[in-house]
Design a protein around this ligand. Structure first.
Ligand SMILES: [Zn+2]
Length: 232
């Protein structure tokens, strides 16, 4: 007979509401795993991008639940997925060997936005990613000084560029210290935010040698596959 106590103690999967032993239930985890990208490492307009999954279906839903329905606990299983792909990628491992003091820098959130959401989704994912890759996280290197609107709400290319212009700054103590970093975000779409962050870092001699994200839209991946001789 189910007791009242059990009813309260059994955790529920935030994605399907069924009871689960882990944070995400087996079914939802399987569906999210099906969104794993066939290629983890991609070259995107000179950006060395590592993207775990395709921003679609179950993964898109999981990210929305994580960010907008206040489920920060999803950062752990999602962050671990990215870390597992990273740990298995030969190029990623070479990169780390070449830059042993590299720091992982999550894309920062403006303090006002952080106040309303309660957590920075990129930073929390990066925290678990770093735990499982044993990389150092440095969330204070890059700061967001402008409360930008979501890029999706901008109407023209000019407005998109203006929106992000001078959005970031680097703390004085980190400037011109020859630091190499890995930028970390939840989603890579147009790349505008990442490019602005890279430019800001570069202006104070900090080199972003890689970008790691949880997801990127499918059309981008398809064009990569078409360009790659391995998928011809
Ligand atoms: Zn579930």
């Amino acid at each position: 007979m189910p007791s009242l106590l059990n009813l309260f103690l059994k955790p529920k999967c935030p994605l399907c509401d069924r009871s689960t032993a882990k944070i995400i239930c087996i079914d939802c985890d399987r569906q999210i795993s099906a969104c794993k990208s066939p290629i983890f490492r991609q070259n995107r307009e000179e950006i060395n991008l590592f993207a775990w999954g395709v921003y679609d279906s179950s993964l898109k839903q999981a990210i929305a639940t994580y960010k907008f329905k206040n489920h920060p606990e999803l950062a752990q299983p999602l962050g671990i997925k990215i870390a597992e792909a990273w740990n298995q990628d030969a190029v990623a491992q070479t990169l780390i060997k070449q830059s042993p003091n590299i720091k992982v820098v999550p894309i920062p959130m403006h303090p006002e936005k952080l106040k309303s959401r309660g957590f920075n989704q990129a930073e929390l994912l990066a925290k678990y990613f770093c735990q499982y890759t044993e990389l150092a996280i440095a969330p204070k290197i890059l700061q967001r000084v402008k409360n930008t609107k979501p890029q999706i709400e901008t109407k023209s290319k000019q407005e998109r560029e203006d929106n992000l212009n001078s959005a970031f700054t680097v703390g004085n103590q980190f400037r011109n210290k020859s630091i190499s970093v890995i930028l970390f975000d939840d989603i890579y779409t147009t790349g505008a935010t990442i490019k602005e962050a890279i430019a800001t870092l570069k202006s104070v001699n900090i080199q972003a040698i890689a970008v790691v994200v949880l997801a990127t839209p499918k059309f981008e991946i398809q064009s990569q596959i078409q360009r790659s001789p391995f998928y011809a």
